[in-house]
Write a new protein. Sequence first.
Lengths: 126, 523
Amino acid sequence: MPDPLHILIAEDEVLAAMALEDFLTFKGFRVTVAANGVEALERYARGPVHALVTDLRMPRMDGQTLIREIRERDAALPVVVMTGYLTQDSDLTHERWKPLEIFSKPVNPRTICNTLHRMLGLPQEA
Amino acid sequence: MATGLDELLDSSGFIPHGACLLWRPDILMLHVASDILIGLSYFSIPVALTYFVMRRRDVAFGWVALLFALFIIACGTTHFMSVWTLWTPDYVLEGLVKVVTALASLATAAALWWLMPRLLALPSPRELEASNRALALEVATRREMETRYSSFFNNLAEALFIVRVEPDGDFAFEAINPALARATGLDPERLRGKRVGDALGPEVAEAIVPRYTQCRDRGESIDYEETLDLPVGQRVFHTMLVPVKDAAGRVIQILGSGRDVTERKRLQEEVVQTSKLATLGTLAAGMAHEMSQPLNVIRLWTENTLNRLQENLLEPARAEKALKLVIEQTDRMGKLIDHVRTFGRRDGGGMRAFHPANCVQSAVELVRHQYALEDIEIVESSDSAQLPVTGRPLELEQVILNLFSNARDAIVALRATGGKAGRIMVAVSDDPDRQSVVIQVTDDGGGIDPSVLPQIFDPFFTTKEVGKGSGLGLSIGYGIIDGMGGRIEARNVELEGGSRGVRFSITLPSQPVASSDREVSHA
């Protein structure tokens, strides 16, 4: 069995991060949780990360800045955004941030999981 | 030798005075004619004098005129006696007449000198005429003034009234003007002279007599708003009372003016409501975020639990934890919804006493998390605040939220220009000396341009870009604080660490609530 893919979650709401971590771990991923953008960027720098799941509003570097920083390092890293705000007007819908998917909270963890599978080129679950 | 009156008057030893004139008819005629003319004239003068005194009853010192009359009659008599003694030598009788004349002359002369200062003090007719003219002028001026003031009183749109303070301290209406009569539906004629309690009925009197009493006892002007149930319906008046004092400093009258602000109050309340809805609008984005967080947690935990249940991997402890978490999160959402609900409600209720620290606390709770996401910290210190204030708690909370929102905007704007900011300090403290509570909201957002500082409470004044601020927040806040009898001020402050910012200070009077105040509605 190959090494599990590594998902980095950036989310300041601990309970949400815990549940998502639990769900994705259950689905076979290796998951690391960071409470803000700065922490996430530090974690990203330390080892291979295969996908990023991030909130937008976070203390100490928000999601938008985090994504910009990440894109400077890796133009192809799959990014999943979870946000409590309206997303239509967001700059993140622009092509240049792709591969990137945006979901409004409350999010369905199955959808997140399926989206990660698709973006990472893994077989879809039933 | 005994001498009787007859003997005394016996003139047989004398020769008539005519003999001295050698009985020359021409000399005799000269004396007789002159003396008789003098005597007649002298006799007529007192008649004229007496007649004058009798007719002019107001003549000062009339008794002097009578004394003068007696003196001049006596003088006249001596002249007739001179004629008589030309032929009949009754010199003793003549001498007695002269004694009487001498006494009368002496008395008249003495009286005249004695009275001289007072006689000189009597106004002359010319002086009287001048003073009459002055009086006539004064009367004319006063009449003109009276016309002018009564025209003020009768035609001014302001409701005016005069209340007399009775010797027992009670109050009676002296007059009310037509404007007051129109505004209240009261009859000026029926009110005049009546005690307030009898004139207005116990309920209205109960509301206004304490105000009159306050004005009477303090001896100072007071102004206030009152809601009165009048013949024309319930009206809100802004009333001012001015005490009128006598020489001893006792308040004997109260002058009152009142303006019907019912309509203005209604409009004000509508503006407050509109602004509240606008504040609600700006909070909506924040609320959406706040609501999405617990919903997200619930969704993730339930999906997780369902997933494990389907895979037969659910342990009871994990299920219990998940369900408890879900319940906690629904509580969190319930509180948020409650807050939005009370905030959006039209707050038509009466004023009441409350602790402002609680308002500050709930305002902080509403935005703390949202601001933390933007790395803005709200630092509280409200340990010493105990005094209650009077007003509507939700309105005060709205004012404080507005101050937070301005502070946040200032911080974000300063950061956009590369500045370092991110603290909002809020403090509530009692000022026991002045019986007031002071709420301070201080940011480190760089401060306000001193040149616009005086305008910030003006309606529609805003430094924000079009669409970012209505320019109504602070002016509405000003109105709310003013309605609570307090004041709100802003100034730039230097903070420790070299940063600068704005400090808003709200000072609210702490006073027990009077029953009449409860119904007074302020915007």
